[in-house]
Design a protein around this ligand. Sequence first.
Ligand code: SF4
Length: 141
Amino acid sequence: MTNDDKIIKLRPHHLLCTQGYSGKGYDEKFVLNMTLITDRMRTDPDLKVRIVFSTDDICRFCPRKRGEGICADDEKVLIFDKRAVSLLDLEEKTYDYQDLITKVHEKMTHEKMKEICGICEWYHMSACEKNILTGKYLLRK
Ligand code: SF4
């Protein structure tokens, strides 16, 4: 495995979803993959992620993915991505993951969370907002 393979590719709004993930998802393959990814995010203080404005390593095993860069829910998810980019001033490049989620924690409020994710089907059943606001997964507090 090269260093490049170890870097997780992440679309902007998945920086938020991964904070609330608790083992639920679209199907078994999706859950297995998302669990592996979030386990690394929650335990490796030196993890790097590459922000991509496209489908990512979480989309890779998602039944809603329709092809490279295409999600069946693009109408919604592209809005989530756009709002996350604007809140966090993101570019398509590699970041230190803990720096990124520290920024998420510092910039997020209940109002902004509702504005970005309010129409997401998972928003009301997931702990994303609570975990982001309390900085649950910050490893360098
Ligand atoms: S629903 Fe769309 S954006 Fe979300 S993981 Fe699946 S393919 Fe990716």
